[in-house]
Design a binder for this molecule. Structure first.
Ligand SMILES: [Zn+2]
Length: 283
C-alpha cells in the first residue's frame, strides 16, 4: 500500500509530464473506483491545463485552469505509469492497454499517464480549487509531517492526556497527515519508544524527540524514491514503487539492527495492524 513517500515519488515522477501541460484527452473506462467518478469527469478534464501538481497526505492534487482540482488517491494497489516522450525524458513507447487501466490522460506534450488499479480501492474526484481544503477527505487531516505546522510544541500538545498507544496516536490522521503503518514502526524503532506506551504518558522531551525522527524517516524514504525515479526510464515507467530496506518493519524473528542490542524483532497486532518492534531497546 503506497505511503506518503511513495505518493511523493509519484508526484515528482508525474510533475514533468503534467505541470504546465494540457490534457488533450481524458479517457475514463469505468463508472467508479472505490467511489463513483464525478459526473462527466472525462469532459471536465479534457482541454484543461495542469497548473500545479501538489500532494496533501497521500492524496495527489492537480490544480487545473478550469478552477477545479483533480484529487487522486492510489488506494491499496493503484499505480501511475508515464509513457511517451515529453521533453525527451520518458523513453517508453505507449504500452498496449492493460487490464485494470481505468483512467488514461493523453497530454499535449506527448506523455500518456495511465492509472491502473486491480483492486479498485483508489479514488478520483473533482473539487473546486478555492474550497478544496474543505473536502471531506482533506478537512479532517492534521498538519503535514514535513510542513511548518508540524513541530515539537504541536506534538507535545497533541499527545497530552491521550490514553491510546503511541503507535495509534501516530497513525491518527487528525494528528499527523499521511503517516502510515510502515513508517510509524520505523519512527518508534529509531526513537527507541515502545509502540505500546500510552501517548499521554511519554515525557514531553521524548515526544518532542519524535518530530525530527519522523522528518528524517520520511525524507530518507523520499530520497530512496528519488533514486528509483532516475532508473525508471530503464524500467517500466511505473512510478512510486521502489526497493527500500526497513530497520524493523517486516523483520519479525530477525536480530535487532541497533548496535549493541541483542534483541529479536517481535510482531504484535495493534488496532488490527501489525507492529514490528524490539522489546529490548524500545521502552
Ligand atoms: Zn533492539
Amino acid at each position: 500500500m503506497p505511503e506518503l513517500p511513495e505518493v511523493e515519488t509519484v508526484r515528482r515522477g508525474l510533475s514533468p509530464a503534467m505541470e504546465g501541460a494540457v490534457i488533450a484527452q481524458a479517457q475514463v473506462n469505468r463508472p467508479n473506483l472505490r467511489w463513483p467518478f464525478p459526473e462527466n469527469m472525462a469532459a471536465r478534464l479534457t482541454g484543461t491545463r495542469v497548473l500545479a501538481l501538489r500532494r496533501r497526505s497521500k492524496y495527489l492534487l492537480a490544480d487545473l485552469d478550469s478552477g477545479e482540482t483533480l484529487l487522486v488517491h492510489l488506494g491499496m494497489s493503484g499505480r501511475m505509469t508515464v509513457s511517451g516522450d515529453p521533453l525527451g525524458q520518458f523513453a517508453h513507447d505507449h504500452p498496449a492497454a492493460q487490464k485494470h487501466d481505468h483512467v488514461v490522460f493523453d497530454m499535449t506534450n506527448g506523455a500518456r499517464i495511465t492509472f491502473n488499479d486491480p483492486r479498485r480501492f483508489g479514488a478520483m474526484d473533482l473539487l473546486d480549487t478555492a474550497t478544496a481544503n474543505q473536502h471531506k477527505l482533506l478537512s479532517v487531516l492534521g498538519p503535514e509531517p514535513l510542513g511548518n505546522d508540524f513541530h515539537e510544541d504541536y506534538l507535545v500538545q497533541a499527545f497530552k492526556g491521550r490514553n491510546t498507544p503511541v503507535k495509534s496516536a501516530l497513525l491518527d490522521q487528525g494528528i499527523i497527515a499521511g503517516l502510515g503503518n510502515i513508517y510509524v514502526c520505523e519512527v518508534l524503532f529509531r526513537s527507541q519508544v515502545s509502540p505500546r506506551r500510552k501517548a499521554g504518558q511519554i515525557s514531553a522531551s521524548r515526544v518532542a524527540g519524535l518530530v525530527p525522527v519522523i522528518r528524517d524517516v520520511l525524507t530518507d524514504a523520499i530520497k530512496a524514491g528519488g533514486s528509483s525515479l532516475k532508473d525508471f526510464r530503464q524500467a517500466d515507467g511505473n512510478l512510486g514503487y521502489f526497493q527500500h530496506s526497513f530497520d524493523v518493519y517486516g523483520r519479525e524473528g530477525d536480530p535487532c539492527k541497533r548496535d549493541g542490542c541483542s534483541g529479536i524483532i517481535d510482531r504484535i497486532t495493534q488496532s488490527g495492524r501489525s507492529t514490528f518492534f524490539c522489546g529490548k531497546c524500545q521502552r
